[in-house]
Write a protein that binds this ligand. Structure first.
Ligand code: FE2
Length: 381
């Protein structure tokens, strides 16, 4: 039997003390003994240096009541502050004595039992047995609470640590994402500049198309989270011109039929480029379908009206407006009113009529005509 709990037994007669210690030890308690109050209190206080000194306050204190030589009740009351949680038992000589002691006022919070001896030793054994069980339950409950508290502390520490790690990683990821995004943007604009560098007459065209496109998109209720992609799409709508032969792209005079056919391949060539580059995939529709016409006579897919993706419809209008509003080698820029009149005329035939109405009625073309160096540089489509 494991002896988790300690008892202190106090009796003035060595023989009786031995018997009592044996009885208590038989119940499963580790037993310490003392022959008087001073010795017992010293043991509780841990002042005794003997090998059997108590390492902690006893769980049970049993004292034999023998007035006037030894007042066990008074002694037990004096142990309350030293061993507040102990079960205190006073042994008395007769039931009458027990009844008399029962009428003495006990200190608040003290557990006090009086057992007549020796005829009621069995009652003492039962009482101690139940006490040991109760002490075991209380101890188990404390262990559980301690373990739970420890576990909770570990969880809180782990959560705090995770929180710190997550915050650090999130911050690093956000920083990396912003750097990557900036690098992507730079790469995309670099690509647009590569197109413009191939054909000096298009300088500034891509930027203006993107600007017109964005303002028209905002005015027509285009979703905010799609504006950045739309800007890239507008900027790079002519990326397929990279695949057009210089002899055609840079030809100073009018193109013949075969040359036009080659030139009209640029939306599909652009689409093929965009579809192979992950960051260009979202803009594929703007690249492929910006030369479709509202009446279905455009290219390359001959889409009709609402079949044309919205991004491509927006780019088509921005592209056309900038072509009309800037000088070209073979014509001067048209005045704003003339541009608006031409757009209105072409609505329904070439462009989304609702978008044209918004663009013209709100004078959106006036916003960027002179920006991106548009007024000074000759431009061709
Ligand atoms: Fe184009």
């Amino acid at each position: 039997m494991s002896r988790r709990f300690r008892a202190l037994v106090v009796h003035e007669h060595p023989e009786a003390l031995g018997e009592l210690a044996e009885l208590v030890g038989g119940i499963g308690l580790a037993v310490d003994t003392a022959r008087n109050a001073t010795e017992a209190l010293n043991r509780i206080r841990g002042r005794v240096t003997a090998p059997d000194k108590l390492p902690s306050p006893p769980h049970v204190i049993i004292a034999s009541h023998r007035p006037p030589a030894f007042d066990a009740v008074g002694f037990l009351e004096s142990t309350i502050t030293l061993a507040p949680e102990a079960l205190r038992i006073a042994l008395v000589s007769s039931p009458d004595e027990a009844i008399e002691l029962d009428h003495r006022p006990a200190s608040a919070g003290t557990i006090m039992r009086f057992v007549a001896r020796p005829s009621e030793r069995s009652l003492l054994v039962t009482l101690l047995g139940e006490s040991v069980k109760l002490l075991g339950l209380v101890e188990d409950q404390r262990d559980l609470v301690r373990r739970l508290a420890g576990e909770q502390q570990r969880l809180v520490r782990r959560e705090t640590l995770l929180d710190v790690v997550v915050r650090e990683r999130t911050s690093e990821l956000e920083e990396s994402y912003l750097k990557l995004k900036a690098a992507n943007r730079q790469a995309l604009f670099g690509l647009a500049e590569a197109i413009e560098a191939k054909d000096p007459y298009t300088k500034g065209h891509c930027g203006r198309v993107a600007a017109y496109c964005l303002v028209l998109a905002k005015e027509s209720g285009y979703p905010d989270d799609g504006l950045e992609t739309l800007e890239f799409g507008a900027f790079l709508h002519d990326i397929g011109k990279i695949g057009i032969r210089d002899s055609v792209l840079l030809k100073p005079g009018p193109l013949d039929d075969a040359e036009w056919a080659h030139m009209r391949e640029h939306p599909v060539k652009g689409y093929e480029i965009a579809s192979k580059i992950e960051m260009l995939k979202p803009i594929m529709s703007a690249v492929r379908n910006h030369h479709e016409r509202w009446d279905g006579t455009g290219y390359p897919d001959k889409l009709v009206a609402e079949e044309i993706p919205m991004a491509a419809r927006l780019v088509a209008i921005a592209d056309a407006y900038d072509a009309m509003a800037t000088d070209r080698p073979y014509k001067k820029a048209l005045a704003p009113d003339e541009c608006d009149a031409m757009l209105r005329k072409a609505a329904k035939k070439m462009y989304d009529p609702d978008l044209i109405e918004i663009f013209v009625s709100r004078k959106l073309g006036d916003l960027f005509r002179d920006e991106y160096g548009g007024g000074d540089d000759p431009v061709i489509d």
